[in-house]
Write a protein that binds this ligand. Structure first.
Ligand SMILES: Nc1nc2c(ncn2[C@@H]2O[C@H](COP(=O)(O)OP(=O)(O)O)[C@@H](O)[C@H]2O)c(=O)[nH]1
Ligand SMILES: [Mg+2]
Length: 384
């Protein structure tokens, strides 16, 4: 294999690169993480992935492991509040997979990650990691609404505070899924973002079409984070914004006498949950579900929904019928958690009725609001 610039730089001094791909819920982070990991593999580099969430049973981990990538998971709290777990997960991955590049996906409702994660890594673990510029992804249709340019459901002001703070601290703002907008709309969005964040670099990429991915990935593997001053954050508003969101994670065992079509079931269930939440006027930030066929971590179907008014999207499908499976549901929406629980239970019952040979057993269900963020470290400046 040819020695590329990326290989030389990522291996410089045997210090692995730490790449963080942030952005709001549903922005396209996990998909981009998978693309970057595959891009690195194709260049002879090893990737170690770290997923993170407030809850357990993470769809993102299932999705990335299904693609065969070494993936560590930090459940039960965000990177900033569980900084030591992040460092431990990286060390564990290093022993297992010796990654040249760590790719970390923070929780989509988190901000202030520069002061609480990348500066502590640069200050306290300088000899262990070379920190890459922080990317913050946006879904362009959601971004149009946040910037007052698009019709449709949105979040309340304090949730949008978090959304905009994420952009404020980005080294690179990345308009993901740019295949969703025509060039004129994309340009309008880019201009609106540039007007609010005049000194930021704004890229537009698509994991689906591959547009501009190479150029972005090359920068992540060859450049280092240079910024030395972190932004100001009002932790009261941040905590109130997070607390407006409801979080639900659940696992369900599925058994059937006759094989059933996993893709049809997932889409039926997603539509049922969407309809119920729409009736409650609860704006979905991200509904994601995976269906894993009988203990086979590579046989996975997945469905996603990132707005109340978009159609459920099957991002992975299973062709063969299924008789035994585990379903994992992660739902994040601006709503009281018990409403999410009720919507899931009712939609599961409706799907069980629509697929009569199916027996549906709820294995585990938790719903909550994220707690107040209390970072382990917070460095607002780096010396020198
Ligand atoms: N059209 C389009 N959809 C995408 C693209 N990247 C991701 N998605 C979809 O956006 C949804 C959310 O993606 P995900 O990576 O899970 O977002 P995350 O919550 O930020 O990790 C899924 O349905 C993806 O298939 C893209 O480049 N184009
Ligand atoms: Mg994700």
């Amino acid at each position: 294999m040819k020695t590329t610039q990326a290989m030389k730089t990522a291996r410089a001094g045997d210090k692995p690169k730490y790449v963080m791909i942030g952005g709001f819920l549903g922005a396209g982070k996990t998909t981009a993480v998978g693309k970057l990991a595959a891009w690195l593999c194709a260049r002879g580099l090893r990737a170690g992935l770290i997923t993170n969430d407030q809850g357990r049973n993470l769809v993102d981990t299932t999705m990335l492991r299904a693609q065969g990538f070494a993936t560590g998971e930090i459940p039960g709290g965000c990177f900033c509040c569980r900084f030591n777990s992040l460092v431990d997960a990286a060390h564990k991955l290093r022993q297992e997979a010796r990654p040249d590049v760590f790719i970390a996906e923070p929780v989509g409702s988190c901000t202030d990650l520069v002061a609480t994660v990348t500066y502590p890594l640069r200050k306290l673990h300088r000899s262990d990691f070379a920190v890459a510029p922080v990317s913050v992804l946006v879904d362009p249709v959601r971004a149009e609404r946040v910037f007052g340019m698009g019709q449709g459901g949105g979040f309340s002001e304090k949730v949008n505070y978090i959304y905009l703070k994420q952009l404020e601290e980005a080294d690179l703002i990345v308009i993901a899924k740019c295949d969703l907008l025509d060039p004129a709309r994309l340009e309008r969005l880019r201009r609106a973002m540039a007007a609010q964040f005049p000194r930021k670099e704004i890229l537009a990429v698509s994991s689906r079409t591959g547009m501009n991915l190479q150029a972005w990935f090359r920068r992540l593997t060859t450049e280092s984070q240079s910024a030395k001053t972190a932004m100001k954050v009002d932790y009261e508003i941040y905590a109130q914004g997070e607390a407006l969101l409801g979080w639900l994670n659940c696992t369900v065992d599925l058994k059937a006498k006759k094989p059933f079509a996993a893709n049809v079931l997932l889409t039926h269930l997603a539509s049922g949950i969407q309809r119920r939440l729409r009736d409650q006027k609860a704006e979905i930030a991200h509904l994601k579900m995976t269906l894993k066929r009988g203990g086979d971590s590579r046989a996975v179907a997945a469905v996603n929904l990132v707005r109340n008014d978009s159609a459920p999207e099957l991002s992975l499908g299973l062709r063969k019928g299924v008789t035994e499976a585990q379903l994992t549901i992660n739902l994040r929406a601006e709503a009281a958690p018990h409403l999410l629980g009720a919507a899931i239970r009712e939609a599961l019952m409706a799907s069980a009725t629509a697929f009569p040979s199916l027996s549906v057993t709820l294995d585990h269900l938790e719903h909550f609001r994220p707690g107040k963020p209390t970072p382990t470290h917070r460095f607002t400046r780096l010396a020198g």
